[in-house]
Design a protein around this ligand. Structure first.
Ligand code: 2NE
Length: 270
């Protein structure tokens, strides 16, 4: 089996192989730096994955061996954000971070080469990260006049600890794949030639598990770290399940039939 194109885009590649989707940032000449267009295309592709019941896992990666993503394209950075064809300066990568967090399917970052700046935050917000042994991880914000004080800082501190997270941001130094692994920043390091095979194996292992169980585990961890917004996701998943029960349907049916609901017949679990 091989990757099959799902939809054509200008700055990403969007493919699938069976139940696994792969979104590839395709600007290797810029170390896969993203523009508002790249981000908008990724948002659309992730939403397609979200709605497609036949997709169970999503890989996010960058084209080529040199970089996963080098963050926002500094050549289109304008006054207040990154500027696309609509001439509006925006930070739409924050919407993408949030989407990766809330999409109820596992998202796995596959990192070859540099993972830098806003690109490294995309790696961070993915559920799991498999890195090639040539991967390097770095935040550059304070060097290039930028910062991510959201997931990029507060959530990074949850993942690697406060001292380490401050070190990453204050010094802006690169970390090898092995160092990132030691910090708990990423899940596994494999030889460059094996990284896609390994990532697909992890996807296939997850795909054998109950998708609803995976969904709730992801939502529960978000609830713990994302406050009311995280709780909303877990609550929404509960509502979804409740809507599938006879008890939930009785409430809807009684309303539509203009009668009192009879909830007595449903079990009251301990
Ligand atoms: C990524 C890195 C370390 C790679 O270094 P190297 O030596 O392998 O490649 P080189 O020669 O620096 O890059 C190759 C080409 O890609 C461009 C370069 O300018 C160069 O172009 P040419 O000279 O060949 O024309 N390029 C690389 N990264 C780019 C970028 N982000 N924007 C525009 N062009 C880029 C090295 O390239 C590097 O350090 N890149 C910059 C990393 C960076 O500072 N990113 C922005 C962080 S801020 C951010 O992402 C952000 C945020 O903080 C908050 C919200 C949203 C975004």
């Amino acid at each position: 089996s091989e990757w099959k194109n799902i939809k054509d885009y200008s700055e990403i590649i969007f493919e699938r192989m069976g139940k696994i989707a792969k979104i590839t940032i395709n600007r290797p000449e810029k170390r896969n730096a993203f523009t508002p267009v790249t981000v908008q295309e990724m948002i659309e592709a992730f939403n397609i994955c979200r709605d497609d019941a036949t997709i169970g896992a999503i890989i996010l990666t960058g084209q080529g061996d040199l970089a996963f993503c080098s963050g926002g394209d500094q050549s289109v950075r304008g006054n207040g954000g990154y500027v696309g064809p609509d001439h509006i300066a925006r930070l739409n990568v924050l919407d993408l971070q949030h989407l990766i967090r809330i999409i109820p399917k596992p998202v796995i970052a596959m990192v070859r080469g540099w993972s830098v700046g806003g690109g490294n935050i995309l790696q961070l917000v993915c559920d799991l990260t498999i890195a090639a042994d040539n991967a390097q991880f770095m935040q550059t914000g304070p060097k290039v006049g930028s910062f991510d004080a959201g997931y990029g800082s507060a959530y990074l501190a949850r993942v690697i600890g406060h001292k380490r997270a401050k070190e990453v941001w204050f010094l802006c130094k690169p970390y090898t794949a092995d160092e990132a692994f030691q910090m708990g920043w990423i899940n596994k390091v494999v030889p460059l030639a094996d990284v896609e095979k390994e990532t697909i194996e992890w996807c296939n292992e997850i795909l054998k598990k109950s998708p609803t169980a995976i969904r709730f585990i992801k939502a529960a961890m978000n609830a713990d770290t994302d406050g009311v917004a995280g709780l909303q996701q877990l609550a929404g998943d509960s509502t979804m399940l409740y809507y599938t029960t006879d008890e939930g349907k009785e409430g809807r049916d009684a309303f539509l039939e203009k009668r009192d609901p009879d909830f007595d017949k449903y079990p009251k679990f301990p």
